[in-house]
Design a protein around this ligand. Sequence first.
Ligand code: NAG
Ligand code: NAG
Length: 138
Amino acid sequence: MHYYAALVLTVITGLTTAALPAQAKNMFLTKHNTARDVAHVPHLAWSAALETYARNWGLKCLWQHSNGSYGENIYSSSPKKNNLTVLARSAADMWLAEKPSGGHYVNMVRNAYKHVGCTIVHCTNAPLNNFVICDYSG
Ligand SMILES: *[C@@H]1O[C@H](CO)[C@@H](O)[C@H](O)[C@H]1NC(C)=O
Ligand SMILES: *[C@@H]1O[C@H](CO)[C@@H](O)[C@H](O)[C@H]1NC(C)=O
């Protein structure tokens, strides 16, 4: 009974439950750290804890910020794309296009941040078929 309820919940919310593959994670890190080189601020390191935080929020499939204690960037697109590396690049490029003063770009290069963790969730509700979230902390 409990197993059945959990299964249904998974089906109607997000569909990605695993950690990001290395190539997608490296895409996020490279995009952030290249921008940080240009902005003359230190590199970010990956945080598995932030990645898990982002994923747990993403799996709720709500087009909102989590409003927790971290900086947070979100991106969504439809229809579903399976290549997580391509999605990581699309999200980061959209945020970078806000340079110099847009909030997503500013999060990417904020000097006070030292860690980033991102996730990509495939929700069934458009426009969240590809839902990308990065969280940031000091
Ligand atoms: C986060 O804050 C925004 C802006 O106030 C609000 O629209 C949104 O519902 C909040 N999200 C949650 C999960 O409370
Ligand atoms: C995803 O796209 C990247 C970058 O174009 C490519 O290197 C990689 O092989 C693709 N992955 C899959 C599983 O198709």
